[in-house]
Design a protein around this ligand. Structure first.
Ligand code: UTP
Length: 222
């Protein structure tokens, strides 16, 4: 179960070569098993939510546009995967789970308003009975604070789910975007799902995380 941030998938520079490399790695990782990938919206969904908000759009309207963008990003990754992508574009975690097939990669975007694709990934993991969600994101690990704003921020290689929960709830309460959706952390805690956070730019580390090998990123045990 892999969740890929939209800003990773669509960096805005050299997109097709990155997606090609990612697809190549995912196909390798799906040998002998089925991989599930949830795509985020990134910069494009932020454009629509910022513009829609400026025009007076409701939270529901902004979420609806965000979901559409995550689904378009999923469609792009399916193109890169070719016949190794499962057929169909699942709109719900139940539909995605029903597409399980060895050697295939099932790719989806968002599902319903009120959460992000991090939460969708944990809901799909719950549906599948998967024990781990690998989160490929724009940071290389979990930090105590935004490392771009504070170079002295502490970098964590391992955390308990309770420690991650404390961190994301405090970031969320401070109005900052958190490293993982608080709703996703809650589901992971309830279901005993581990979360591994790695840089989506580092395909070697992402492949290691998918293969259950040691990673440079952060391992969150639930
Ligand atoms: P993302 O998952 O990309 O959210 O969905 P994000 O907060 O921008 O993700 P990060 O920062 O890359 O981790 C984009 C937007 O789409 C809507 C939400 O508004 C979200 O902010 N969305 C997405 C939903 O409403 N429901 C979903 O299931 C998925």
């Amino acid at each position: 179960m892999v969740s890929i941030g939209g800003s990773i998938l669509i960096p805005g520079d050299g997109d097709s070569s990155y997606i090609e490399d990612l697809a190549c790695m995912l196909k390798r990782a799906a040998e002998g098993r089925c991989l599930f990938v949830v795509c985020g919206g990134g910069r494009v969904s932020r454009y629509y939510s910022d513009t829609g908000r400026a025009l007076g759009g409701s939270v529901e309207q902004l979420d609806a546009m965000g979901i559409m963008v995550t689904r378009v990003n999923a469609a792009l990754l399916r193109i890169a995967l070719g016949d190794r992508a499962s057929t169909g574009a699942p709109d719900t975690v139940e539909q995605a789970a029903s597409l399980r097939e060895e050697g295939k990669v099932v790719v989806m975007g968002g599902t319903a308003p009120g959460h992000t694709t991090d939460a969708v990934a944990t809901m799909l993991a719950r549906e599948l009975g998967a024990r781990t969600v690998v989160n490929a994101t724009s940071v290389d690990a979990v930090y105590s604070e935004d490392p771009a704003a504070n170079p002295d921020a502490e970098r964590f290689s391992a955390l308990s789910i309770d420690e991650l929960a404390e961190l994301v709830y405090s970031q969320h309460d401070a109005g900052r975007s958190s490293v993982f959706d608080p709703k996703g952390v809650r589901i992971a805690r309830e279901e005993g799902i581990d979360i591994i956070i790695v840089s989506g730019r580092d395909l070697e580390d992402l492949e290691a995380a998918i293969g259950g090998l040691p990673v440079k990123g952060t391992v969150v045990r639930s």
